[in-house]
Design a protein. Structure first.
Length: 742
């Protein structure tokens, strides 16, 4: 090998050093994981998850952790859906509600980047953001799957390049599916619960579930109603030594002139710097464009974050802005895409080809109009074969086409029709819990917390919204959430099918609510909840709609998921009663001593000064009174509410009238809980275990609770001390255990 000058030689040495030191050998390869073939999968699973997107994988992980046998069926050759397979790896994380599997996912990637000395806060012009390379995210998800599979007693299988083609029902109940791989081989698989976590809601019609699409619903679906734009994202990268020849394009594709005019309205060589003001003044310059979806870059030794002074150093980014399809030009004079895109597979293929080409136009625009040494990243995606619709591309585009993400970013899918529909009015009301002097509007069946605006990319006019749900275009601003909001469990359950759950962008909700719930973090957390619900239903042979939410909530709380919107200074996350206090909030078991008094704020403004001052003053947190002594009036009320939450039919309600408001002891509380929940009078040597005399008047009640693990909070004490006053914290902990006893 000869070098014409010293500069070229030094560049070669530097590139070689980077490839050896900063790129692990398996960086661009598919990581090992529980990947199965259609011949190796079982003929039956507790849970089948259609779609290996970010929600589907979370559902599979949680269901497997809960002891269920799980099969995931994913049409592409990538897991992770919109966050990974579609390349949207800049997390839309406005509420910063990171818990459960989402927190674990992000924390594992942070460890990876910390070891490289690289921040993850590289996007949205802000160092407080979260971004990662899709390949890194895929490796992390595969690690989580492999570890979960190894720890489980039942199978956790991932079938790639396959899809669910039929759903078998007995009456209203789903009992199995037919799956087909890319070779056309089919297999029937039985299941107790089927979860639709596809990007389009493709299993809803197969399951016979009623559903909404656009602003209408089956059986009177309007195929010409409009839904949001899609985007075929691309990850681009800077090549300081020049773009590799196979990634350099010199001839535009047909239709480029129209695409050029579109891109000139978004980004130009002499465009403006982003000024930190929304809506963004356009066109921006290329540096500001790249800082919007900036990604960490594992292929270089350099580091940067989203601070303004670092924007010029960003060397890897995602393109997900001006390439929305159809975008500004619209579809037959209207914004967005027709519902037929979801319903008609031939139209879907044609639309997605056009979206793919539109993004290729931008790569040509970057290289030939902006004269930038940027092209598609050569260390992210790669397929040995061209996409099916890309065979007629000129040869110089082939290597680029092989490096495009395998699926487009689909913002809107079919949505189940449930007995309950989550609307934007309920979202804003829920998000105002404990704000501006209001009290609790928490959902008692909350299974996840998210936070985003009501964001529709196209199809956002009055004629596109659901008037039958009380929503119009103006609702997007009037009902914009004013803080984090919860997702209720009932939104995952369809109205007319049993054994079937929604777990992606397909919940029972309005289009505007879907605009806030379609983002990656909330999809992952909803998926985790779907996995918990499915596993509980399968294990207990209980119909999904008959599962008390509190049972699922405790599983999620113990998995590290935060469910309550209310925070207390005296019950931080590390407090032993933190989970029980959250359940108390959700079900209103007992009023806090002092609720929070945070102001409402614009959830898209991370620098809201009013909220910042309230946080400094501690107004965002209340006082629960965790160490205050429980009174008899409080005890009677909370026991009756707990019975309702746990759907208890045994036992007997408490009388709440004419009670003397006096302090309650541990013994009195144990006796009241045992009677309220109908636990009987077992002792089973627990008198010795808790050092309470068998002849004590509360011995039977204590034994009944302790035999069920309800009094495990006292295991470290030498005596039970039945005469000792019980605190509010102890009381809610005991009730959480009583409501969720196995």
């Amino acid at each position: 090998m000869r070098f014409n000058n010293v500069k070229a030689f030094l560049f070669f040495v530097g590139a070689l050093f980077i490839s050896l030191v900063f790129l692990p050998p398996s960086y661009a390869k598919a990581p090992a994981g529980p990947i199965a073939s259609i011949s190796s999968i079982s003929s039956g699973y507790d849970v089948v998850v259609a779609g290996g997107g970010i929600g589907g994988i979370a559902a599979a992980l949680q269901a497997s952790k809960a002891g269920a046998g799980v099969l995931v069926v994913e049409p592409s050759d990538w897991i992770g859906g919109q966050a990974l397979a579609a390349g949207v790896s800049t997390m839309d994380d406005l509420s910063r509600q990171r818990s459960g599997l989402y927190l674990e996912f992000v924390s594992r990637m942070k460890l990876y980047y910390d070891q490289k000395g690289k921040p993850m806060g590289t996007c949205y012009w802000d160092p407080r953001s979260i971004a990662f390379e899709p390949t890194v995210g895929r490796r992390v998800l595969h690690e989580m799957l492999s570890e979960t599979r190894a720890a489980g007693k039942k199978p956790l299988d991932i079938l790639m390049l396959a899809e669910v083609t039929q759903v078998k029902r007995e009456g209203r109940t789903v009992v199995g599916v037919t799956v087909r791989d890319k070779s056309g081989t089919q297999k029937n698989v039985a299941c107790r619960v089927l979860i639709d976590a596809t990007e389009y809601g493709d299993v809803l019609p197969l399951a016979g579930a009623s559903y909404r699409a656009g602003n209408s619903a089956t059986p009177f679906l309007n195929q010409e109603a409009m839904i949001q734009d899609i985007t075929w994202v691309v990850v681009i990268k800077k090549y300081p030594g020049g773009i590799p020849l196979q990634l350099r394009v010199t001839r535009p594709l047909p239709g480029y002139d129209g695409a050029k005019r579109n891109y000139e309205s978004f980004v130009t060589a002499d465009g403006m710097d982003f000024k930190g003001v929304y809506p963004v003044a356009l066109p921006v310059n290329f540096v500001s464009h790249n800082a919007y979806r900036g990604l960490p870059d594992s292929s270089t030794p350099w580091k940067y974050d989203g601070r303004r002074e670092n924007w010029k150093h960003i060397s890897k980014s995602g393109v997900n802005w001006g390439n929305d399809y159809p975008g500004k030009g619209g579809w037959n004079g209207r914004t967005g895409l027709p519902v037929r895109y979801l319903e008609d597979k031939e139209l879907r293929a044609a639309v997605e080809k056009d979206a793919f080409i539109k993004t290729l136009h931008f790569l040509y625009y970057i290289q030939n109009e902006l004269n930038e040494n940027w092209s598609i990243a050569d260390d992210e995606y790669y397929s040995a074969e061209l996409p099916a619709f890309a065979g007629d591309l000129p040869k110089e585009w082939h290597e680029i086409a092989k490096r495009m993400p395998p699926i487009p970013y689909v913002r809107e899918s079919r949505r189940i029709v449930g007995d309950y529909v989550l609307t934007s009015r309920e979202l804003i009301k829920n998000s105002l819990s404990y704000r501006d002097g209001q009290t609790s509007h928490e959902f008692d069946d909350a299974i996840a917390i998210g936070g985003y605006i009501l964001d529709l990319h196209g199809a956002d006019t009055d004629s596109d919204t659901e008037w039958d749900l009380g929503e119009k275009a103006l609702s997007a601003s009037m009902n914009r959430p004013r803080g984090p909001f919860q997702v209720p469990m009932r939104a995952m359950i369809p109205k007319n099918v049993e054994g079937f759950l929604a777990a992606e962008k397909n919940l029972s909700m309005s289009r505007l609510s879907a605009g806030a719930l379609r983002l990656q973090p909330i999809c992952m957390m909803v998926g985790q909840a779907a996995g918990a619900l499915a596993a509980f239903s399968a294990k207990n042979s209980l119909p999904l709609r008959d599962v008390p939410p509190v049972k699922v909530q405790r599983t999620l709380l113990e998995a590290g998921v935060v469910l309550s919107l209310c925070k207390y200074t005296d019950v931080p996350p590390e407090h032993p009663y933190f989970n029980a206090v959250q359940l108390s909030n959700l079900h209103g078991l007992i009023e806090p001593i002092e609720p929070p008094h945070a102001p409402s704020f614009n959830i898209s403004d991370l620098d809201d000064p009013v909220l910042a001052l309230a946080v400094i003053k501690g107004a965002d947190k209340g006082i629960f009174g965790v160490d205050e002594i429980l009174t008899s009036v409080e005890m009677a009320s909370m026991l009756n509410k707990a019975r309702i939450a746990a759907r208890v039919s045994e036992g007997r309600p408490q009388k709440e009238k004419d009670l003397q408001d006096r302090f309650v002891t541990r013994g009195i509380f144990a006796d009241a809980v045992s009677l309220a929940f109908g636990f009987g009078d077992e002792i089973k040597n627990n008198a010795k275990k808790l050092r309470i005399e068998p002849t004590h008047r509360f011995a039977k009640a204590v034994g009944a609770l302790d035999s069920r693990g309800i009094l495990d909070l006292y295991k470290s004490e030498k005596e039970f001390f039945p005469a000792r006053p019980i605190t509010r914290g102890e009381a809610v902990e005991i009730l959480m255990r009583a409501m969720t006893v196995k």
